[in-house]
Design a protein around this ligand. Structure first.
Ligand SMILES: Cc1cc2nc3c(=O)[nH]c(=O)nc-3n(C[C@H](O)[C@H](O)[C@H](O)COP(=O)(O)OP(=O)(O)OC[C@H]3O[C@@H](n4cnc5c(N)ncnc54)[C@H](O)[C@@H]3O)c2cc1C
Length: 488
């Protein structure tokens, strides 16, 4: 029986492990952290649970190929309860608010009231979202392994959506929002993400939400990872935690195995690098193996991270629906200045907090410059780094209290993460929490197959192979890596 060793026990690595076992290989996963899951994780603080990852999971609609994949790896299933929010996000502007409802007609009606001269643009938005609901991520097999007939079928299925992909893939959120007359709607559309993302990213995410294809599994990230890891182990797979890999051993054009940080060598017939691609090509093997496309992406495209603060509140906070964005006191985080902030309440997960209380989480986008700021601060003065994080968290409490006066005086800091934390946790390049930013420029780049030129038996499995990354891309990359090895 041929043996596959997998470096990294994130979603890509675990998925690769499951398919390796299914296709008749012997496999072992080596994960540097104490738990599998990678960026898809969560942890406890003072009796509260902080969920680090799933805000929405694409592929929750049962008729999609992606749902079948989630089900195959144990992430979702008939016995996994889903949280179905009635709104994607809400933006507040002084006395007014705008909402992206699950019910698109309600969204249309309300946005038309807010932007009376923007009727045509709002109708076009809803029409585009409706067309994009049909856009599905193909995960049966890698595109280049599909037959001509399979490619044609895919093209036909996506036909109605493709013209919108082309049109809005080229437009940044900022440019798109600028087309609206109403200042309120201009802000509303930019509240989704950093405005360098393209308009398509907002439209596809909202479309998966309205189509019932972007819900949240109850129990969150940790419970989902637990189910996937158990599935892998039930198929005979072995996960070694606290087992950092130092090097992929290469002899000519073949890898012979891996060496761990403790010096132990593991022999293998195939190696799947399912860790961050910056770890693969800066640590595990010579940089010369880095695919040209990836090199180009690192050079030309941006990545994005987050400053994330979590708070405990002495209130259930059920009045905060999914994510809410509102004006805040001006705040500097890293090198960036913010005048708006977004808050998420975990009221729908009673197990995350003691009875009558809740966890609130706040995210601020961080750039590569911000990452450098936090890294420098940590490396020069750990105490100053810690103090700065807490100072910012206390400032955030003031803004939350001003927005939701009913919880004024009831909020306490639970935990604060910077882009540097993400980097230290998984090796994430510049603390990035997905892959490259889905900007208009990113649309011109090709996806990576995972094949490494010059190495016959090493394959990549990582969210970095496709833009913008995220859980579905990580899972697909894990499956595809094994299909390439097994030639299935
Ligand atoms: C705050 C946040 C929110 C997010 N929200 C969402 C969301 O709502 N929806 C969504 O789809 N996605 C979301 N994501 C993105 C999602 O978490 C990632 O896309 C996905 O988890 C990446 O999986 P991966 O397996 O490719 O990489 P990783 O999770 O990075 O896994 C790689 C693994 O390799 C391990 N590793 C690294 N170096 C070594 C080494 N030398 N030896 C051994 N092991 C090593 C790491 O510890 C890690 O466990 C979010 C991410 C973050 C951080």
């Amino acid at each position: 029986m041929s043996k596959i060793v997998i470096v990294g026990g994130g979603i890509a690595g675990l998925t690769a492990g499951i398919f390796a076992q299914k296709y008749g290989f012997e496999s072992e996963i080596f994960e540097k952290n104490a738990n599998a899951g990678g960026e898809c994780t969560g942890w406890s603080r003072n009796g509260f649970h902080i969920d680090n990852c799933i805000h929405w999971l694409t592929g929750t609609k049962k008729s999609t190929e992606l749902y079948t994949l989630w089900k195959e790896i144990g992430a979702l299933g008939d016995d996994v309860e889903m949280v179905e929010f009635d709104r994607f996000y809400t933006s507040f502007f002084d006395e007014k608010k705008a909402v992206l409802w699950r019910d698109k007609e309600r969204t249309r009606k309300e946005l038309r009231k807010l932007g009376r001269s923007d009727g045509k643009a709002i109708d076009e938005f809803i029409k585009t979202v409706t067309a994009l609901e049909k856009l599905e991520m193909p995960v049966e097999k890698p595109f280049d392994m599909m037959s001509a007939m399979e490619k044609m079928k895919l093209g036909i299925a996506m036909f109605g959506a493709l013209k919108y992909v082309k049109k809005y893939g080229k437009v940044s959120l900022k440019e798109y929002a600028g087309k609206f007359q109403s200042p309120l709607l201009r802000q509303f559309f930019q509240d989704y993400m950093d405005s360098s993302f393209n308009a398509l990213s907002l439209m596809t995410s909202y479309a998966s939400f309205t189509a019932g294809n972007g819900n949240v599994p109850k129990g969150g990230s940790v419970e989902m990872v637990k189910r996937i890891a158990e599935k892998y182990q039930s198929l005979g797979g072995v996960i070694h935690t606290k087992s950092a890999v130092e090097k992929v051993e290469i002899d000519g054009t073949k890898a012979t195995g891996i060496t761990l940080a403790d010096g132990k060598t593991i022999k293998a017939d195939y190696v799947i690098c399912a860790c961050d691609t910056s770890v693969t090509f800066h640590k595990l093997m010579d940089r010369k193996y880095m695919p040209k496309q990836l090199e180009k992406n690192y050079e030309k495209l941006k990545v994005q991270s987050a400053f994330q603060a979590s708070f405990s509140v002495d209130d259930e906070c059920a009045f905060i629906h999914n994510t809410e964005v509102f004006p805040c006191r001006e705040i500097t985080i890293g090198k960036s200045i913010f005048e708006r902030m977004s808050v998420k309440s975990y009221w729908y997960e009673p197990k995350f907090s003691p009875v009558g209380k809740a966890v609130l989480q706040v995210h601020f986008t961080q750039t590569e410059d911000d990452y450098e700021y936090w890294k420098n601060l940590y490396e020069t003065d750990k105490n100053a780094y810690k103090k700065k994080k807490l100072e910012i968290a206390e400032e955030i409490i003031l803004s939350i209290s001003a927005q939701y006066q009913q919880i004024n005086g009831k909020i306490e800091v639970l935990d604060v993460l910077t882009p540097y934390t993400y980097n230290q946790w998984t090796g994430a390049y510049k603390g990035s929490y997905m892959s490259f930013v889905m900007s208009p420029k990113a649309m011109e780049q090709k996806n990576l197959t995972g094949i490494i030129d010059g190495l016959e038996n090493v394959v990549l499995a990582s969210q970095w192979q496709e833009i913008p990354g995220g859980l579905p891309y990580a899972a697909a990359a894990g499956k595809f890596a094994v299909q390439r090895i097994a030639k299935i």
